[in-house]
Design a protein around this ligand. Sequence first.
Ligand code: COA
Length: 149
Amino acid sequence: MSNTSAFVVRRAQWESDGAGLAAIRREVFVVEQRVPEEEEWDGMDASSKHVIALAPDGTAIGVGRLLPGRTHVRIGRMAVLKPWRGRGVGRALLSELIAMAREGGFTEARLHAQTHALAFYCKHGFVPLGDEFAEAGIPHYEMRLWLKP
Ligand SMILES: CC(C)(COP(=O)(O)OP(=O)(O)OC[C@H]1O[C@@H](n2cnc3c(N)ncnc32)[C@H](O)[C@@H]1OP(=O)(O)O)[C@@H](O)C(=O)NCCC(=O)NCCS
């Protein structure tokens, strides 16, 4: 769990924290970014590991998930509520997801980064692979981070 004076990031369970996790994703992806509901709720949440950021009053303000695969983990659904952006919430969420991947013994993390967020992931060492592509109508790049044991 990471802690700052303004918010807390902790690991979350889809079964018990699903309402808070889903509320953030609905607000950011479905409402703000107009991602179709059927693409947002892809059936992978129950088999993913989740992180959630909470404001001092306990309300959810940011989320992310990690889907363990055979050879690597896939990080995704990183979202921070608009009023909380630019205050380190996304960085804390991503750091926790990377720590979880390392703990799981993985040496490689991948993600589909929205093109506007490339610099955010680059700051954590992710490197873009290949050409830009569209997902849910939004431009993306595949990115990879090698995880040192
Ligand atoms: C992308 C997102 C999760 C980043 O969260 P955040 O809380 O605003 O990020 P942070 O404040 O922790 O920023 C960490 C660093 O990345 C940088 N950064 C954050 N968003 C950035 C962006 N869109 N472009 C460039 N740099 C960015 C910050 O300036 C900061 O840099 P610093 O360490 O030099 O100060 C957030 O903007 C968001 O939810 N966007 C909408 C949903 C989305 O697009 N998700 C990504 C899907 S791939």
